[in-house]
Design a protein around this ligand. Structure first.
Ligand code: AMP
Length: 215
């Protein structure tokens, strides 16, 4: 199965992507995560991406698309993959079409997580992540057992640098302007499946699993 997961910042894409990955045995390709890893390792790519990410801007295609092409061509994607955070613009979607054509494969579905706009800023600003294993938490709704410590690996949780209110507003407006039009692009190909992203994480995942099971 080859999937895209879409939705505005704060929709819970990363959380659902992890559950899909585990339950459907797919390679999870998150461009945001790849950039964050490169940033932590201070590679030239990471240093360049950081200047965009800190402001909530999109990293230029000249950097992003090559990274995705390399990743999709890796062996662990042969069983299927879930693209999370890519494509984010029509030009990236067209690039993805080219890569898929070269590899003679196609996308089976686009999971679109739908959430109330009013919930998004609070979801993002309260978000905390584990810098070591990537597990996600929220200060009100997904609290770790021990305050500020990851349940999975015991590492101190951090707030992403781009999860502050100012940057979030920029990310939301970029989503509206550049990423949302992609839904029409994929709707024309009859690939979009809307999932209600409000409510309990496991209930949302049940809905996702049901639609994926029926593909
Ligand atoms: P995310 O983890 O998906 O929220 O992405 C975090 C940040 O990484 C975004 O705000 C962008 O700065 C950058 N980024 C992630 N994916 C892309 C992409 N497909 N194109 C451009 N920038 C991206």
């Amino acid at each position: 199965m080859r999937l895209l997961i879409m939705g505005p910042p704060g929709a819970g894409k990363g959380t659902q992507a992890s559950l899909i990955k585990e339950n459907f045995n797919l390679a999870h390709i998150s461009t945001g995560e790849m950039f964050r890893e490169a940033m932590n390792e201070k590679t030239p790519l990471g240093i360049e991406a950081k200047s965009y990410m800190d402001k909530g801007e999109l990293v230029p295609d000249s950097i992003t698309v090559g990274l995705v092409k390399e990743r999709i061509s890796k062996e662990d994607c042969n069983n299927g993959f879930l693209l999370d955070g890519f494509p984010r613009t029509i030009s990236q979607a067209k690039f993805l079409d080219e890569i898929l054509k070269e590899l003679d494969i196609a996308i089976d579905a686009v999971i679109n997580i739908v959430v109330d706009k009013s919930a998004m800023v609070n979801r993002i600003v309260g978000r905390r992540i584990c810098p070591k294993c990537g597990a996600g938490y929220h200060i009100d709704t997904i609290k770790p057992k021990k305050d500020g410590i990851c349940d999975v690996c015991g590492t101190a949780l951090i707030q992403r640098k781009d999860d502050n209110e100012e940057t979030v507003l920029n990310r939301l407006s970029i989503y509206e302007e550049k990423t949302k039009p992609l839904l029409d692009y994929y709707q024309e190909q009859d690939l979009v499946i809307d999932i209600d992203g409000m409510g309990d994480i496991q209930d949302i995942f049940k809905n996702v699993a049901n639609v994926l099971g029926a593909l």
